[in-house]
Design a protein around this ligand. Structure first.
Ligand code: NAD
Ligand code: TYD
Length: 348
């Protein structure tokens, strides 16, 4: 049996990775360490935990990656072969209001994991970084050689963790791989991020708060393609290497918004142009040449994947309605009520 540590495996991407990996590798056992912050949700793993073929190879541990004693004893007990670090505070808007939580988890938590990996001679550590560490680019695409220029506390803390992970390769010889993926979409994404927020708001006939002029560009990657790429680099990548993982689907936020409204048959009048995010990165774009050359390629086609994703939220109200009715309401009130009240109304 290969024993794999997945951190943050109750979140959006981590839970997909756990599911994909348990199905793909019958010889793997996964230990899933998750703090269950507001973004962590055991119900993301309901199918895995309800199926004896996978539940017997999945151990959930409720805990913090920044807890040295817990992490060290878990490494000692489980003798992991591999670790993939998904655990993070992940929402840019929250990082603008509360950077401290991002430093503690994204930077310090990664340090705690790297220390344990070094001490217990882990075979390979994959740090799930992000394309946001490069910052914004008006034209062209960042390669793995491009300089990092993070511009908000989320991307800056992820850049810190990204280079810290690399330093454990360069300094101590730990086998580390760093991946930098673009914006993910798919089922089970917490409804604070653009796509699930706008889909669920539209389903509730609530306004869609589009920041600024709506012309910021993101590159969209299906979460299952991301997970397949992570599995691929874990098994085929080179020690100390960085891999960009792009979807090749750049869209403006306004385009995404209209696609959501059209798919759901909702009116454009739901769009509100609200005050822009502070320091809002204009465009993210990465070259995926290096990973394509190594042999990975995405399988999901965006036009189909996005419609399936929208339909998933439409059919799975039982997943997101409880989230949106809890403490989320206070978050939403603080983040959006004033912006929507003073908004300029629908898009041109
Ligand atoms: P998410 O917010 O949905 O999930 C994060 C998970 O980490 C949650 O389950 C949460 O409970 C857990 N967590 C948070 N702090 C923790 C701690 N201190 N200890 C243990 N667990 C903790 O995030 P996501 O969108 O699934 O992102 C996963 C990873 O992928 C992150 O590292 C993120 O930076 C990276 N990433 C995300 C995207 C994207 O588009 N979502 C793109 C590229 C990279
Ligand atoms: P988000 O999903 O927060 O991801 P990231 O900022 O990490 O790329 O946002 C994606 C884009 O959508 C980004 O340009 C900000 C924009 N956006 C809005 O216009 N309105 C919103 O309410 C949110 C959450 C995001």
């Amino acid at each position: 049996m290969t024993t794999v540590l997945v951190t943050g495996g109750a979140g959006f991407i981590g839970s997909h990775f756990v599911r994909c990996a348990l199905h793909k590798h019958p010889g793997w056992r996964i230990v899933n360490l998750d703090k269950l912050t507001y973004a962590g949700n055991r119900s993301n793993l309901k199918d895995i935990e309800g199926d004896p073929a996978t539940s017997s190879r999945h151990r959930f541990v409720h805990g913090d990656i920044a807890d040295e004693n817990l992490v060290d004893s878990l490494f000692a007990e489980e003798k992991f072969d591999y670790a993939l670090n998904f655990a993070a505070e992940t929402h840019v808007d929250r990082s603008i209001g509360d950077p401290g939580a991002f430093i503690l988890t994204d930077v310090y938590g990664t340090y705690v994991l790297l220390e344990a990996a070094k001490k217990h001679n882990l075979s390979r550590f994959v740090q799930i970084s992000t394309d946001e560490v490069y910052g914004s680019i008006e034209e062209g695409s960042f390669t793995e050689e491009s300089a990092l220029n993070p511009r908000n506390p989320y991307s800056a803390s992820k850049a810190g963790a990204d280079r810290l992970a690399y330093s454990y390769f360069a300094t101590y010889g730990l086998d580390v791989i760093v991946t930098r993926a673009s914006n993910n979409y798919g089922p089970f994404q917490y409804p604070e991020k653009l796509i699930p927020l706008f889909v669920t708001n539209a389903l509730e006939d609530k306004p869609l708060p589009l920041y600024g002029d709506g012309m910021n560009v993101r590159d969209w990657l299906h979460v299952e393609d991301h997970c397949a790429a992570l599995d691929f680099v874990l098994l085929n990548g080179g020690a100390g290497e960085v891999y960009n993982i792009g979807g090749g689907n750049e869209r403006t936020n306004a385009e995404i918004t209209r696609l959501i409204l059209e798919t759901l048959g909702k009116p454009d009048s739901l769009i509100r142009h609200v005050e822009d995010r502070k320091g809002h990165d204009r465009r993210y774009s990465v070259s995926t040449e290096k990973l394509l050359t190594l042999g990975w390629s995405p399988t999901h086609q965006f036009e189909q994947g996005i419609v399936e994703t929208i339909r998933w939220y439409e059919s799975n109200r039982a997943w997101w309605e409880p989230i949106k009715s809890g403490e989320y309401k206070e978050y939403y009130r603080k983040m959006y009520d004033e912006r929507i009240r003073t908004s300029k109304g629908q898009a041109q």
